[in-house]
Design a protein around this ligand. Sequence first.
Ligand code: PEP
Ligand code: MG
Length: 536
Amino acid sequence: MTERVLHGRPASPGLAIGQIVALAAADRPHRAASGDPAAEAAVLRDALGAALAETQALQQRVEGEAADMIAFQAGMLEDEELAAPAFAIIAEGSAADAAWQVAMDEEIAGYAAAEDAYFRARTADLQDIRDRVLARLRPEGHTAAVAPGAIVAAADLPLSRFLGIDWNRGGAILLTEGSATSHVAMLARARGIPMIVGLGGAARDLDGRTALVDAETGEVIVDARPASRARFEAKLDGAREAAQGLQATLAASAVTVDGTRIAMHLNVVGAEELRSLDPAICDGIGLFRTEFLFHGPALPDEETQYAAYRAVVEWAAGRPVTIRTLDAGGDKPIPGVTVDGESNPFLGLRGLRLSLRNPDLFRVQLRAILRAARHGRLRVMLPMVTVPQELAAARTLLESEFAVLSRAGHPAPMPELGIMVEVPAVAIAIERFDAAFFSVGSNDLTQYVTAAGRDIAAVADLADPADPAVLRLIAGVVRHGHATGRDVSLCGDAGGDPAVIPALLAAGLRSLSVSPGQLARAKRAVSTVDLRAVPK
Ligand code: PEP
Ligand code: MG
């Protein structure tokens, strides 16, 4: 075997070594057709039933927003309309698997080309459903279950597939396409699973090969020569030793060489991520991304939201929890809420803009947040603020819901109201915004300052949060915060990137919020910075 080296973009750091399992039942050998349409239809019905049972079992194992997404897939599988075209093809004499694949590929192509961003976003779910059923129809080769510790290769990895794999024994994710800002990438970072995206080529060509995955650099060595393998194993040993040291780092405070304490918070999408973590490792939750609660088949009601917010507030045991109001739109469309067919969703009705256009929806969220505030220290954060009037309008709604709850006898403190600094107009004229605190959203701020889409691989090099223009804006926000006694933090992915942390601290930041899987490394990166060396 000749050694092959592939290059992609790291989406979640770490190293892994193992055998690749390519997830694409569509590529497996076809069944031989029985020639009997009734028998083929029965085979497809059985496969659909088995795939539905598997999906429902998965639904029991996962919670919160993930369960809602799986519920969407279960709903699709239950819908007779989905398989009707496949049954029609079978009636014309095709084998069950071929008919299902043709029908689903057509459906998927329709979703992928849809004007409506919601349908486009569901393409991965449909691919998942197609493959789940095909795995039953074409059981040769790998079964649907991926062995723990495997290196999973795919074009893209749907969330349900990710959640159905046991990652407790290691493993890694290699995507030939994919995005570093996808839901799966966020969860991979939170759980410490190495992940590389944008590798190109076809996942099926990697199936069964042994891979050395370096998600620090984005390099994958397939069928490595002994010398490459020895080098990689030495790096792995070094990383394991460092990881042991990182456990101690995790428990300790983040302090620079010159003794400056940096507050370290966590970015989460729900309480599930926190279950195995001791709250003492952090200074609180710097960003609770609530939009993941809204991805189910129905919008979450006040009780559902209240329970989700309360669970995180209780976990934090008195530490501050910053709950961001719905940040739908852009790359996070939500059916029935976001606007379909915007020519540039990142410049459209997203974040607070959208919440203010949907006051009923916004009020439900604000009430749930206000009720959760009784259980600990909670702050409310508004995404995508652009002008002070938006902050004022949101404050009016918050205060009005607060008054309603107070009258109804819900004793709760009024939470601080802060804003994300992710639109250049805010960073440039920060003194216009009378918010209690500021949190820099470096993912969006960077894409808007550099005019390089955060989801476009071809311009990933330009979307650099350490670009001097981005850093200068951050420094200005920090200066304003110091001058006016307002807390300034950063909750974009740059805060968890050891390569960028020194520049962020040099820009004056003393508070960062990172995903749980990045916390130890971020603390270690902080401990190597000497702020005395930073020019004043
Ligand atoms: C950001 O833009 O940096 C941010 C934290 O928000 P999101 O990534 O959810 O848009
Ligand atoms: Mg953002």
